[in-house]
Design a protein around this ligand. Sequence first.
Ligand code: SF4
Ligand code: SF4
Ligand code: SF4
Length: 345
Amino acid sequence: MKITHQKAARYTRWAVLAMSTVFFLFFSGFISVHAVCPIGGFEMFFAGIFRTGFTIAGLFSGMVLTFLIMSVVSIIFRRAYCAYICPLGALQELSENIGKKVLPAKIRDAKMPGKLDAVLRWGKYVVLALFIILGGTIGGHWMIKGDPFIVMMGLFSGNPITEQFQRNPSSFLFLIGILVFAFFMGRGFCKYICPAGAWYGLLSKISPNKIRRDVDTCVGCNLCSKACPADIDVANLEVVNSAECFGCRECVNVCPKEGALSAPVAKVDVNQVAVPVAAAMIFAGSVGLAASVMPSKGGSYHGGKPDSAQVEDADTVSGADQADSGAPVSGGCAVCIACGLCGAV
Ligand code: SF4
Ligand code: SF4
Ligand code: SF4
């Protein structure tokens, strides 16, 4: 079987997404999930701006670092985090694809009514505004009881699932709801709720990377629109520069007519296999940097085990949350930057 460049690009995207998802699912087995949680990075970024001011430690707390680096990437390659890295995006797409295989056509082709869909898509900007406002008022890791990422990344942490459920039932049920919805109607959390996706989407509006359709070459087969996980009607647009576009290039990679769709950065054609690989390498680099400043599980820290003096400020100003076990839960207060030092002592 001949593997075309388009197929290679699709396989590479799925391979990168799969590796990223496995990494996220097992990440918490050896380092704090706070190093990579995109929701946490978001919360801490705005809490840092409005409440604590940015210290070097705050800026280099793992979650803010990966968030900032992926923000820059989304200016260059649109929502590359959503397209190639995000495990929750990947699991929703997986659930959607399973649904497409097993559901009867009538159900699997059902779409959210157009007007309702358009209204609901504003939801993620409302959540984004809440993040900014609450970052400035409550601060800290305020969404921890409704954060599906935290639950997902803790699944294989070694703690019994029942115990994890008891500790954070709302986030657990939210995650299950997201995946059930995706089974029937695709990436609902991404389209309607996720503040990180809203943020990356707004940044992607200034990206020089756009999907372009050559109307003279296009044969109107509609395959691009059908393949789009963001439900964008690519077949009827000349340029896709919507904040909804993940930049996944699925549309380009299913187009049967050579030259009808392209995804240049500025006017430069980019190798479609290289984009997911580059995004993954940049993300891996940012996680490596984050890990170098985060404490690992079990108490070791990049600069040696921290002594109590290093966490004295955090303890006294924050009164960090205590889990039932008595262990501190980083990010439970207004000024905590979720560096995780307290947990490593
Ligand atoms: S919108 Fe949110 S959940 Fe969806 S892929 Fe992007 S970051 Fe992940
Ligand atoms: S328009 Fe193309 S690149 Fe954008 S989300 Fe849809 S399929 Fe992906
Ligand atoms: S898949 Fe290609 S040929 Fe078909 S409608 Fe889309 S751009 Fe046109």
